[in-house]
Design a protein around this ligand. Structure first.
Ligand SMILES: [Zn+2]
Length: 172
C-alpha cells in the first residue's frame, strides 16, 4: 500500500467514525429523553446521519466503516447510560428497562431531561466539528469519495446554521 493509500484509508476511517458516532449518539438520545419535541428532534437528526452514512458507504464500501475511528465529537457519555431517579440503579440506554429491576419504579424514572435548546446546541457544535473533519478527510481522498466528503462538509455546515436558527428561535 502506498502512503497516499494509507492516508486515504485513514481519512475514510475518520469520516466513517464521525458518522457512526453521530448516529449512535442520536439513536441513544432519542431513546433516553422523555420530552416529545426533543425526541423528535433527535430522531430527525439521526435519520439525517443515517442518510449521510449511506451516501459515504455508496462510494467507499464497508471496509473503511469496519475500522471507523470515533472522533469524540458527540457527548455519547451523556446518553449511553440511564439512571433510575428513585433508587439510582444504572442501566444501559440500549436496554432501558420498563420497570426498575431494583425498586420497581416505572420506565419514566429512567428518562433523561435534555432541553430542546441543549439538543440544538449539540447539533450545531457537532455539525461544525463534523464539517471540519469531512473537509480534512476530503483533502486526503480522491475521486467520488472526495466529492461525497466535500458534499458532507457543506451539508454539516448547513445543518449547523439551521441548528443555530432553531436555537435563536427558542431564545426569542
Ligand atoms: Zn429504581
Amino acid at each position: 500500500m502506498t502512503s497516499k493509500g494509507g492516508k486515504e484509508s485513514d481519512a475514510l476511517a475518520r469520516a466513517f467514525g464521525a458518522l457512526v458516532e453521530g448516529l449512535t449518539f442520536y439513536d441513544l438520545a432519542n431513546v433516553a429523553v422523555a420530552e416529545m419535541r426533543v425526541k423528535v428532534a433527535f430522531e430527525e437528526l439521526g435519520r439525517h446521519k443515517k442518510d449521510q452514512l449511506s451516501r459515504l458507504e455508496s462510494v467507499a464500501g464497508s471496509g473503511a466503516k469496519d475500522v471507523a475511528v470515533m472522533p469524540g465529537i458527540y457527548p455519547i457519555n451523556v446518553v449511553a447510560k440511564v439512571e433510575c431517579y428513585v433508587c439510582g440503579f444504572v442501566a444501559e440506554t440500549r436496554a432501558m428497562p420498563n420497570t426498575c429491576p431494583n425498586c420497581g419504579a416505572a420506565r419514566y424514572a429512567f428518562e433523561k431531561e435534555i432541553s430542546l435548546s441543549k439538543a440544538w446546541e449539540i447539533a450545531a457544535e457537532s455539525g461544525r466539528k463534523s464539517a471540519t473533519l469531512f473537509g480534512e478527510s476530503a483533502a486526503h481522498t480522491a475521486g467520488r469519495a472526495k466529492a461525497v466528503l466535500e458534499e458532507l462538509a457543506r451539508d454539516e455546515e448547513g445543518q449547523a446554521v439551521q441548528a443555530d436558527r432553531q436555537l435563536a428561535g427558542l431564545r426569542t
